[in-house]
Design a protein around this ligand. Structure first.
Ligand SMILES: Cc1cc2nc3c(=O)[nH]c(=O)nc-3n(C[C@H](O)[C@H](O)[C@H](O)COP(=O)(O)OP(=O)(O)OC[C@H]3O[C@@H](n4cnc5c(N)ncnc54)[C@H](O)[C@@H]3O)c2cc1C
Length: 368
């Protein structure tokens, strides 16, 4: 029932807007409150905090699958990721203060970790938060921030103790951006895909936030908090990967039945059938692995290593399949008006963000 509701909402409200969202490099501002009204935000956050109260990640997976199925890019998973940082590390009062507004789409979440000198290696983070009485004073900049232009609540990675070398001086601070002096959003970054999502630079110039916004209980917990929460993010990426791969196989199967060459449908060439048979098999293997990860996550048993395996393998699989499917479309596959062409460009980043696939292999290798 939930899937049907989500599908209808996305088909009616978001799918028809995609071309425009791509042109304007982001969703309409009111898309967030509409999504909140439809109950597709924070679906796995307890209803005591305004969430869906469904209670499990399965609901999030349904939303992500339906977005991918409709070819819609909308950063609801980032909204959930921010909510889960708050759920895990904020005070009770803060949870009641922020989460219900996030569930309604009145606050839009973003995660701001990456900086020009800090991507895979978060030791390079140079944004600082200096304690000054009851406030932190933040200086620095972030890049590649998804949901950046609409973001009104940011989970920000900062150095609270620049004297401490490495990752121990990192902390996470929640920043509410509305009318915040010293806070500035850069223009939308010019990406090769994912055009319907706003990805921006953010600038902080003596920005003051209440000291209580530190995700605590004490400074210096940022890196361990990120490590605890990243499996959730990696699983969301895996869900999109599998749903996209499945969609690629479905639309390509339809295409090769309709398109003819040498007097017969493309599907009648053995190469076409074998390639699609391989793709369908790999998508199925991905689905079985993903579903196992989701079950384990819901049972509280998804370890970091398996989450890293899922992120790396499923996104590699997605890119491989989408590329094969594009090939079967011939020149039309290279045209942006065909969904497979857009999927090809959009898929590529899945191997890069949420920790590159090389970093995933490092994580996995530590368990050897
Ligand atoms: C569209 C998009 C959206 C994004 N959204 C967000 C967001 O919302 N919030 C956010 O904070 N960030 C976001 N990012 C940033 C993303 O997480 C980083 O780009 C990613 O972590 C890689 O960092 P980097 O770009 O600095 O690459 P680098 O770290 O410079 O890596 C370059 C290459 O070196 C490899 N490499 C690095 N270290 C190692 C190693 N130890 N072993 C082997 N290989 C290594 C990498 O795998 C990669 O191939 C986004 C990026 C994009 C493109």
């Amino acid at each position: 029932m939930f899937r049907t509701t989500v599908r209808q909402f996305i088909q009616k409200e978001f799918a028809p807007q995609q071309a425009r969202w791509r042109q304007q490099h982001g969703p309409d501002a009111d898309a967030w409150t509409r999504a909140g009204g439809a109950g597709i935000l924070l679906t796995d956050v307890p209803d005591a905090y305004g969430g869906g109260g469904g209670g499990t990640f399965a609901y999030e997976a349904v939303v992500l699958e339906e977005l991918a199925r409709a070819g819609v890019h909308f950063g609801s998973s980032i909204q959930s990721i921010v909510a889960h940082y708050i759920l895990a590390y904020a005070t009770e009062e803060q949870k009641h203060h922020w989460l219900p507004r996030m569930a309604r789409g009145e606050l839009v979440g973003a995660i701001a970790m990456s900086e020009p000198a800090a991507g895979s290696d978060l030791q390079g983070i140079q944004t600082t938060a200096r304690r000054d009485g009851q406030c932190y004073v933040i200086n620095g900049s972030k890049t590649f921030v998804t949901n950046g232009s609409h973001a009104s609540i940011i989970c920000l990675a900062v150095k609270t103790d620049p004297k401490v070398a490495g990752l121990k001086g990192l902390s996470l601070i929640i920043v509410e951006t509305k009318d915040l002096p010293g806070y500035r959003v850069g223009g939308s970054l010019d990406k090769i895909g994912m055009h319907a999502q706003d990805t921006c630079e953010l600038f902080f110039d003596d920005v003051r936030v209440p000291a209580a916004n530190l995700l605590g209980p004490t400074e210096g917990k940022g890196f361990s908090q990120m490590m605890e929460r990243l499996p959730y993010e990696r699983l969301t990426v895996g869900v999109t990967a599998v749903a996209t791969a499945e969609r690629a196989v479905a639309i390509t199967t339809k295409y090769v039945k309709e398109r003819t060459a040498f007097g017969k449908p493309l599907l009648e060439f053995q190469n076409t059938r074998f390639k699609l048979a391989e793709c369908k098999t790999e998508a199925h293997i991905g689905r079985v692995f993903l579903d196992s990860c989701i079950e384990r996550f819901i049972a509280g048993q998804l370890d970091d290593v398996t989450a890293a395996m899922a992120k790396y393998w499923l996104t590699d699989c997605q890119c491989r399949l989408v590329d094969e499917c594009l090939q079967l479309h011939g020149g039309y596959g290279y045209m942006m008006e065909y969904p497979i062409g857009r999927m090809w460009a959009d898929s590529r980043v899945q191997r890069i963000y949420a920790g590159t696939n090389e970093i995933m292999k490092e994580l996995i290798s530590w368990s050897l």
